[in-house]
Design a protein around this ligand. Sequence first.
Ligand code: ADP
Ligand code: MG
Length: 717
Amino acid sequence: MNHPFTIPMTSNTHPRASDYFGSLTFSGDVMLKRLPPEVFMNLQQTMQRGLPLDRSIANTVAAAIKEWAIEHGATHYCHWFQPLTGLTAEKHDAFLSPTDDGGALEKFSGDALIQGEPDASSFPSGGIRDTYEARGYTAWDATSPVFLLRGQDGQKTLCIPTAFVSWTGEALDKKTPLLRSIEAVTKHALRIVRFLGDQKATHVIATLGCEQEYFLVDRELFLQRLDLVVCGRTLVGAAAPKGQQLEDHYFGAIPESVLAYMTECEQRLFELGIPVKTRHNEVAPGQYELAPTFENSNVAVDHQMTTMHILRSVARRHGLECLLHEKPFAGVNGSGKHNNWSLSTNTGVNLFDPRDDTHTNMQFMIFLVAVIRAIDLHADLLRASIASAHNDHRLGANEAPPAIMSIYLGEMLTGILDQLEKGESKKSAKGAELDLGARTLPQIPRHSSDRNRTSPFAFTGNKFEFRAVGSSQSVAWPNTVLNTIVAESLDVIATELERKAGKNPSPTKLESTVRGLLKELVKSHRRVCFDGNGYSAQWHAEAAKRGLPNYPSTADALPALATKKAERLFSTYGVLSPRELHARSEIQMEQYCKIVQIEGRTLAQMVATQILPAALRAQGELADIVASTQHAGVPCPESESELRSLAGQVAALRIALQQLQSANAMEVTDVVKRVRHFRESVVPTIERVRELSDALEGTIPADLWPLPNYATMLLMR
Ligand code: ADP
Ligand code: MG
């Protein structure tokens, strides 16, 4: 019997995260236990090396997955894919099938695992499907583990990560080109690694870790705002008296209610094998961030999509709404998604880690310069890859990187570039020896450099951080572009090195060849490197002088995808055929127009049915006051002039509303012109309406204002 004073060991009642990590994925130990050894080995090969799945094992694997899923309470399975909407899609099938004798059996065949045939006709295809079959099919991507997704009441669905292609083999999704781009970049990276004499590495992997920013608002308040519900951002709303000027939110104590939410999110993510690592308050009130440990980039992209899903769905269980929009609130910071990217050999050498003593200075410098060359030549494509109506509110707004793509290297690497270019001194900035032939670079302290937040593309010690990616975007497309442009650079460099140095070069020949080539490349491409303040007007002028492209809006950025240069690049590396590329550029343009149009309509409806009526009520009240005061024989010139001014504001808002409605309804058939129309005519009228509405919000009685205001949404919790 327990001693009456024994305190129960509560710590023992909590399951350890390490015990349930990955428990809802079919991988690792679960696979080992449930598959015959030879099938396990075979599948491992496929998963780790991205080799084609051996069809002969499909039925065995499917049977094991089915048993495992059903034991965990799953009733349905789905092929989970990433269509060009930028979201994920799933169509559920029950395992249960009726039998002839009136009973039922749970069935799941190898074919059902490997291939699905969703009705694809309602997904955007950018014209790919119109000319061929309307059908598409999904194919299991065995490099990404199958997982069980929980519903609200604990019901589970077996999700099979798949690629989505048309019957002609053209990619209808974001995963297929991503996989192709990973193949391209890792193939050419391996050539360099091999050229430099590393015969142990058999393949290279791309690694990715994405920091996700988001806002939380009270769900009751959220539901009272049509703009938040429909567009994910506030289209009107006067600034709260307090925004982020006190800088008291960033890294502040996490409110308890938010911590409870984060904890549940983390548990759900851990179960799915998603290694979330950090959580903290972000700059704006109500803004937070979560970041995982990096993973193989294909898996990281899938995990990122799932993370967004979990952030949203768990919020509702906590009476909150998670806003992933890039700019939910004007006047305070928006949200981004820092895309941390690197390449590493299968033997564990990070190719962008200058401290990694298993590789040489030369190797690091080649990879670094390859990225510099890639960004310089294809800044336009990288910019286009993150262009969206949402991200337009953020980029270049002195809170996020400017739209000019440049690379931040930090003082020490900049010094090393100087030396490479001049080909003279061997001293690094900190006085350490720099010798390209030596096995290690001077020990660059990983966080020695000022963490320049104004740079869209920063070298952060052992990886590159692409910071212009928007918070709601799928990271598949920006990574596809990044992998492809770096693949091209590595290919060109490898080819050049192989040609100049010949077969089996001596160490001195090899070194002089590398030095010579790097010198040329640094000279031609270092203009894209910039360590200063990316927000400053001087940089804009300087960047123009250097000839760097500056595409402030989506409308300016998207044409880069329609160039011959882009077509050649993506088709040379087998990432996208010209038709597939064209489809993506069409869809990105269409989406831009649709988003702006929906915002315009939403705003018009709110103004016509909520804001103008409220303003008229206020005007009526004021008119009554003026009339009755004057009737009582008391002159009230101030109230009278206030009334006049309010009536003027209402009239101005009415006119702006009409302008918005007519601009928004204008039909422009050509999509390129339509993008321009929405950018040049609709966006400014939306802004004008907002300005007038926000001024009214500051004038009329609070009890008449029909919407939750900024202070209520951002500060009261
Ligand atoms: P920060 O200080 O910017 O938050 P961290 O070192 O915490 O930087 O890393 C931020 C993100 O970068 C994390 O998601 C982390 O996993 C990821 N990251 C770190 N190393 C790599 C790498 N080699 N490849 C890809 N991502 C990486
Ligand atoms: Mg970061």
